[in-house]
Design a protein around this ligand. Structure first.
Ligand SMILES: C[S@@+](CC[C@H](N)C(=O)[O-])C[C@H]1O[C@@H](n2cnc3c(N)ncnc32)[C@H](O)[C@@H]1O
Length: 270
């Protein structure tokens, strides 16, 4: 079997299983099996597939058809132009979250540290550390997530101070210039409405917030008044439908839309 035939077969199998973007997924999985970039596949389309490549590729296709997200198979997700390691201990960073990073980069902040709450893979904190000349800290309640974030910071050469903790509990009063967070925001009651590949594979600690899904926002907003220096900023990513509830908690917040026009980011100076 040649590389081209393997891609065609893989695409067909994924398509029959109802997987989105079957051709692209087959390419990503085959290039991961061969440990070569995707362009290699085009330059070697008539090469015979080695047995070991075929075994890996077959396993990856099977995992994807059973619903495992491609990023947890390859262990990589791109964010803001950089490759981040992802494991099932962390949420797969989403493209919308890049807007949150941009909002921070575009704002003139007072001098002082910026804290990323619920850092997961470290995507937000590490990107800010590399893009902004600022002191960056990051907190997560999950020690497994922090291990992934620390590995990403080391690989990407980012200077981030990581700590384990519950939101802002361990943070000293009036010590931060800004807080940025993409917290868990899905109400448990909506679990059945989510895509299976999200519910079955992504960490529930990263997805769900108690009661109406607003508990993390409520606690962050309340606690931020204690830890931000006067004139400090709060940047929050929102679910596509939470802006009205957020406005009730933080009436002064400016709400910005994502590229699809959904209200996605709340920004407030505290
Ligand atoms: C939606 S994920 C965001 C991950 C990453 N910042 C991103 O945007 O891709 C939320 C993160 O918050 C963490 N988390 C949940 N509850 C927390 C808490 N009480 N204190 C600190 N972190 C928490 C989870 O472990 C998870 O890593």
């Amino acid at each position: 079997m040649t590389v081209r035939q393997a891609l065609e077969q893989g695409t067909e199998l994924l398509e029959k299983s109802g997987i989105d973007a079957p051709r692209l997924t087959a390419e990503v999985l085959l290039s991961h099996a061969i440990r070569q970039p995707k362009q290699w596949l085009y330059a070697h389309s008539t090469d015979e597939l080695r047995e070991l490549w075929w075994i890996h590729y077959g396993r990856y296709l099977h995992e994807r058809m059973k619903g495992k997200p491609t990023q947890y198979i390859t262990g990589i997700q791109e964010f803001y132009g950089r490759d981040f390691q992802v494991t099932p201990a962390v949420l797969i960073p989403r493209p919308e979250t890049e807007l949150l990073v941009e909002a921070v980069l575009q704002t003139l902040l007072p001098k002082g540290p910026i804290l990323d709450i619920g850092t997961g893979s470290g995507a937000i904190a590490i990107t800010l550390a590399l893009e902004a000349k600022a002191q960056i800290a990051a907190v997560d309640i999950s020690p497994e997530a922090l291990q992934v974030a620390k590995a990403n910071a080391a690989t990407l050469g980012a200077d981030v101070h990581f700590l384990q903790g519950d939101l802002l509990e361990a943070i000293a009063p009036q010590s931060l210039a800004a807080i940025v967070s993409n917290p868990p925001y899905i109400p448990k009651t909506q679990q059945d409405t989510l895509q299976r590949e999200v519910v079955d594979h992504e960490p529930h600690l990263a997805l769900f917030s108690e009661e109406d899904g607003m508990q993390h926002y409520r606690r962050i907003i309340e606690q931020s008044k204690r830890v931000l220096i006067p004139g400090g900023w709060l940047f929050l990513e929102l679910a596509f439908d939470t802006a009205p509830k957020l406005k009730r908690l933080l009436p002064e917040a400016e709400i910005r839309p994502d590229l699809a026009g959904h209200p996605r980011i709340a920004i407030a100076q505290i």
